[in-house]
Design a protein around this ligand. Structure first.
Ligand code: ADP
Length: 470
């Protein structure tokens, strides 16, 4: 069957977050399930430059829809220089402010998807929209009676694409769509809201997050709609690219290793110590993260003394909120040789951290899926995570029963609770150096964090909705 995926970013061409990784990885994973997926993306300069084998599919609102290939991906591209040919990011200008016409830019992306269901010689059997930027896809497909089913995936419900009601007249939608069953959202126009109301199915990136967003503490205003759509909501956990993230071949490591040569990790640990200015001795805890409230790292910053008191060490790689950056820099100054901090985004160093640290800390307040704990599992770096969203679904806590059954892969603690985080650090230090710790490492490395199982779930859902495909 043929599926059109609609996303505002796609790895490796344009990336600001996990959405790009998923959009970039799904086509190959789904090909193995017999699904032919093409991706519709905006014609940002980086995409226009990379595009090969270009052909025009259809004229589109003063511009064109193109087909082509880039970075191994089969793409459809909305060539509208008036909307996308700009310096800056996919959503913001060079100074980081949202483009004021984002609603226009992403409504056009959704209309282009609808156009592709009735023009050109490649017509999708189903359209898969990602996040608020593609939120109007189900709205156009339904209100224009294309008969093509749609799925919308929520990667983070905190980002909703909410705009003033005055834009509605420019969306070229029937007036009846400005209603509770459509895009109307607290008197405004909600792109994600409209997609959630009108898609045939809703998915999000872990089963636990799919439950959590029915609750006002996580749903951010959309909990009622999510609960009402109950049976149409599915949680499908993300996978990782096990070719890019493979400790046996990773070029960013000082020493590559496998589950049978774990002792070689020590060379990576030594490289990390040099990089973060740390002395040897004691378990090395690490963070690789955006430094934001969502990630719960203020709780860690408040627990540094406790961690050091336990004999632990801490390496932080991250960037984000000024207050958190300063808190970790100050902690490093207070505890030279025990706490180190690199402020910035460094893909290569993030690999070395996973390959050399003893444990990765992910104390998030909410986490739709989370990728860093999946990399950690694959790299024998024990994840210590909050019990929320995808973290809860992918890490098995080393409680007595799980240890006895030999299935534990990490440590899990209550979210948004510094005492619970400190208790988990204590449990980690107690296990460190015992055979139980090595067992956690080995179990993690053997866990399936690839896309295979999740791609099969997406394919089954597509087939159930599009019907008649085997
Ligand atoms: P989110 O999408 O909320 O930021 P995820 O865990 O899903 O969280 O994905 C974060 C991704 O960004 C991971 O691939 C992680 O390794 C990477 N990352 C985050 N901060 C940094 C950093 N400072 N340097 C390098 N990689 C980072």
């Amino acid at each position: 069957m043929k599926v059109l995926s609609v996303a505002s970013e796609i790895f490796p061409l344009v990336k600001t977050g996990g959405l790009a990784d998923v959009a970039g990885a799904l086509p190959a994973a789904l090909a193995r399930q017999g699904v032919e997926m093409r991706s519709l993306v905006p014609g940002y300069p980086k995409i226009m430059t990379a595009l090969d084998d270009v052909a025009e599919v259809a004229p589109f609102e003063g511009g064109r829809i193109l087909s082509g290939r880039a970075a191994g991906l089969a793409l459809h591209v909305v060539d509208r220089p008036d909307l996308y040919d700009r310096d800056g990011g996919p959503y913001t200008n060079l100074t980081g402010q949202d483009w004021p016409d984002n609603w226009r830019r992403f409504a056009a992306l959704a209309r282009a998807a609808e156009t592709l269901t009735r023009t050109g010689d490649w017509r999708p059997d189903l359209v898969h929209a990602h996040d608020w930027q593609a939120g109007l896809v189900p709205v156009y497909l339904k209100s224009r009676e294309t008969g093509i089913p749609s799925i919308i995936t929520i990667h983070n419900i905190a980002f909703q694409g909410q705009f003033g009601a005055e834009i509605f007249g420019d969306l070229d939608l029937p007036a009846s769509v400005f209603a509770m069953e459509g895009v109307e959202y607290y008197g405004d126009v909600g792109f994600l809201k409209g997609g959630l109301a009108m898609a045939d199915a809703i998915t999000t990136v872990s089963p636990t997050y799919a439950q959590e967003i029915r609750d006002p503490r996580f749903g951010m205003g959309l909990e009622g709609l999510i609960a009402a759509r109950g049976a149409a909501v599915h949680g499908i956990v993300n996978g990782i690219d096990t070719g890019v993230w493979d400790p046996a071949t990773d070029p960013h490591l000082a020493a590559t290793y496998t589950v049978r040569t774990l002792s070689r990790r020590k060379r990576n640990t030594a490289a990390l110590e040099a990089r973060f200015g740390l002395e040897p001795g004691g378990p090395l805890f690490a963070v690789v993260s955006r430094l934001t409230w969502q990630k719960g790292l203020d709780l860690l910053a408040a627990s540094v003394e406790h961690l050091v008191g336990l004999g632990g060490r801490l390496a932080v790689l991250g960037s984000g909120e000024g207050g958190l950056e300063a808190a970790f820099q100050e902690a490093a100054a207070r505890h030279p040789w025990r706490v180190g901090c690199v402020i910035g985004y460094d893909e290569a160093l993030s690999h070395l951290v996973q390959g050399g640290a003893d444990a990765i800390l992910v104390p998030s307040r909410f986490e739709p899926c989370g990728l860093t704990q999946l990399y950690a599992l694959r790299y024998g770096c024990v994840p210590v995570v909050a019990r929320t969203g995808g973290l809860a679904d992918t890490v098995v806590d080393a409680n007595g029963a799980a240890l006895r059954a030999g299935v534990a892969t990490g440590l899990v603690h209550a979210p948004d609770d510094a005492d619970a985080l400190r208790a988990a650090l204590g449990r980690a230090v107690a296990l460190y150096g015992t055979p139980g710790w090595a067992k956690l490492q080995r179990n993690g490395m053997k866990a399936d964090v690839s896309w295979d199982a999740s791609a099969a779930e997406y394919a089954a859902l597509y087939r159930a909705l599009a019907g008649g495909f085997s």
